[in-house]
Design a protein around this ligand. Structure first.
Ligand code: SAH
Ligand code: DHB
Ligand code: MG
Length: 219
């Protein structure tokens, strides 16, 4: 199945997404630096960028930068006075991301904070509210990140969660993996929050079987 999912992704990406040497260079830099290939897929990056455009977002919060691949996809759709704040715990990942952000010419738009997100999130009150939040860091902390996303939101804010399916593991309440438990708590908190309209979509493709959650803060 994985081979077919990857073949379809390749077809769709070739047909729909313009070749862009910046994104190719970023992925090559990440690979050369030894970063894990857990960035979003190109068609997922384009999906995030479309959400930025549809939401007419000007301020975006990303939790989990890695090499900045998803950051660049989203930030590219921002106006010149837009801001994407991205949070990364690992200083080595952050160094690679800084180079990639510079390569993309987005130093003025992307603001990278190094340190565990629970320590950097409280520093962002002056920039909030955010129009869109992309949660893609350590999955056990997803419930905490959802609380911060809500705190820093306004009516209409979009909150996107990555990796909510992880090969179907999310359905097993007995799974002791803190990532699975964090994701389940995140999904349940989302569903139970009367301020949110939410759904989640399973995805298959070059990154395997996974999914996104999408929530909008009600008016
Ligand atoms: N959004 C990226 C992928 C992020 S991978 C993309 O699609 O291109 C997850 C990242 O979260 C990793 O770089 C990891 O170091 C970082 N991370 C893990 N725990 C974290 C924490 N507590 N605070 C902030 N970042 C964290
Ligand atoms: C992992 C993290 C991610 O954000 C992702 O998209 C895929 C995998 C991981 O920690 O394994
Ligand atoms: Mg992810």
């Amino acid at each position: 199945m994985q081979q077919q999912w990857s073949a379809v992704d390749e077809y769709l990406v070739n047909a729909l997404i313009p070749d862009d040497s910046i994104f190719e260079k970023i992925l090559a830099n990440n690979s050369a630096a030894g970063l894990p290939a857990i960035d979003v897929a190109p068609n997922q990056g384009q999906f995030l960028q479309l959400l930025v455009q549809i939401a007419q977002a000007k301020r975006i919060l990303e939790i989990g930068t890695l090499g900045g691949y998803s950051s660049v996809w989203m930030a590219r759709a921002l106006p010149t006075d837009g801001k994407l704040v991205t949070l990364e715990a690992d200083p080595y990942h952050a160094d690679v991301a800084k180079k990639n952000i510079k390569l993309a010419g987005l130093e003025a738009i992307i603001e990278l904070h190094v340190g565990p997100a629970v320590e950097t999130l409280p520093l962002l009150a002056g920039i909030a509210p955010f129009d869109m939040v992309f949660i893609d860091a350590d999955k056990p902390s997803n419930p905490i990140y959802l609380e911060w996303a809500l705190k820093y939101s306004r009516p209409g804010t979009l909150i996107i969660g990555d990796n909510v399916v992880r090969n179907g593991r999310v359905t097993d309440p007995a799974n002791n993996d803190p990532g699975v438990q964090g994701t389940r708590a995140f999904i349940e908190m989302t569903g139970n929050n009367p301020r949110l309209t939410a759904t989640a979509l399973q995805t298959v493709g070059s990154k395997g079987w996974d999914g996104f959650s999408i929530a909008r803060v009600k008016d």
